[in-house]
Design a protein around this ligand. Structure first.
Ligand code: PLP
Length: 395
């Protein structure tokens, strides 16, 4: 037998492993120092009370014969109507309407972003922004697809626009972006939608951080005309509502999206009913409470907490006169390494002299070299203390 040799083409995912081992080695050598991590992409606040009581109620239902549930409903690929309707309501509040059959419940955005590739032939060319969430690249390397990169740089505000000369079939967009925190406006998204529709390409739109968008910027690609004909959107309760450990998300495949004369939603439903068996009823009921009135109110408080952390980091960099982007529509602040340092040199410098850990930008792609990602997902106390230390060091 032959293994899938494309796996051998994967780059070692050394970024977070190296960050972790450098942190552990430093802490072991200096047990008296309190090292603060502003590197985490995980949330720290607990679930909202509305979510907790919905999950408790669901557990109670599971305890009684009359209300016990097994597999979820087949007709909607195991998504419960209460959850699907709450997601439809969430979109409708922004003027975007979907039928129940266009929304698929997932165990989070990462799996669906990877699994969606089952629908597309290996011969398709993929376009990925650089720097980028590594999952888009690695899943396509595993499948042996050709990958092109769209440069996201300070010059284009880390928001690359389509180049008519690029022949891409599958296009990944992530807005608000991990790692740069940059967020497309309608005109930017429209340019991509028009490009995709002209080429017959498909956009895979990762909206995992949509809850952080403020003001008039779009939360969903479907706020732009023409997107229903070319885009699949992936969303998640992970960062919106602290579900990184609970696991629940949703993927939208509009009925209008057809390629090769086939509705992609039909292929996706077939794929899911064959290779997936749904998300736990308890998680789905917790998720359905997120977009309830109480849930929205409580989650807004958690989002403000993280936003305030992001503002503290941004203000510190403003005072130091260091270039950065993100932090406003995103929990991530993407800063230029000071004094011309490269990403890993700055990582070591910060760890050793301020006892603060961040994420080297070079781990997200070649354009990340010389940049550094700080996150707002820590506690307020740690964020304030870390910023004080960074400012003392770099002043
Ligand atoms: N997309 C982006 C850009 C992310 O940063 C993450 C998680 O960090 C995900 C998707 C995955 O989220 P989930 O927990 O829903 O799988």
């Amino acid at each position: 037998m032959e293994i899938n040799r494309h796996f051998l083409g994967l780059k070692e995912s050394y970024l977070f492993a190296t960050v972790g081992s450098k942190f552990s080695a430093y802490q072991a050598a200096h047990p008296d120092k309190k090292v603060i991590k502003l590197s985490i992409g995980d949330v720290t606040l607990p679930l909202a009370p509305a979510v907790i009581s919905a999950m408790h109620a669901a557990v109670d239902e599971m305890s009684r014969r009359e209300t016990f549930r097994g597999y979820g409903p087949d007709a909607t690929c195991y998504g419960y109507p209460a959850l699907i309707d709450s997601i439809r309501g969430h979109y409708a509040r922004r003027g975007v309407t979907f039928e129940a059959g266009e929304i698929f419940i997932s165990d989070g955005a990462k799996s669906d972003l990877a699994n969606i590739l089952d629908l597309f032939a290996r011969e398709n060319t993929v376009l990925v922004p650089d720097p980028v969430y590594p999952v888009y690249v690695d899943t396509n390397v595993m499948a042996g697809r050709k990958i092109l990169y769209a440069d996201a740089t300070a010059e284009n505000g880390f928001l690359p626009l389509p180049d008519e000369g690029t022949e891409a079939d599958l296009i990944y967009l992530c807005s608000p972006n991990n790692p740069t925190g940059a967020c497309y406006d309608r005109a930017g998204l429209k340019a991509w939608v028009d490009y995709a529709n002209r080429r017959g390409a498909v956009i895979l739109f990762d909206a995992a951080y949509e809850a952080f968008v403020q003001g008039e910027l779009p939360h969903s690609i479907y706020e732009v005309e023409g997107a229903r004909e070319c885009a699949i959107e992936f969303c998640s309760y992970s960062k919106t509502a602290g579900f990184t450990g609970v696991r629940c998300g949703y993927t939208v495949v509009p009925k209008e999206l057809k390629r090769g004369g086939v509705q992609l939603g039909k292929l996706w439903a077939r794929r899911q009913s064959t290779k997936f068996n749904g998300v736990s009823y308890i998680s789905q009921m917790g998720a359905a409470a997120v977009f309830s009135e109480a849930g929205e109110r409580e989650i807004a408080k958690n989002l403000s907490y993280y936003r305030e952390n992001a503002a503290v980091i941004g203000q510190m960099l403003d005072r130091l006169g260091i270039f950065y982007t993100g932090g406003k529509h995103s929990p991530y602040v993407w800063m230029k390494c000071p004094k011309g340092m490269d990403s890993w040199t700055f990582f070591d410098y910060l760890l050793e002299n301020a006892n603060v850990v961040g994420t080297p930008g070079c781990g997200f792609g070649k354009n990340g070299e010389g940049f550094f990602r700080l996150t707002a997902f820590g506690t307020k106390e740690n964020t304030l203390e870390a910023c004080r230390r960074i400012e003392d060091l770099l002043r």
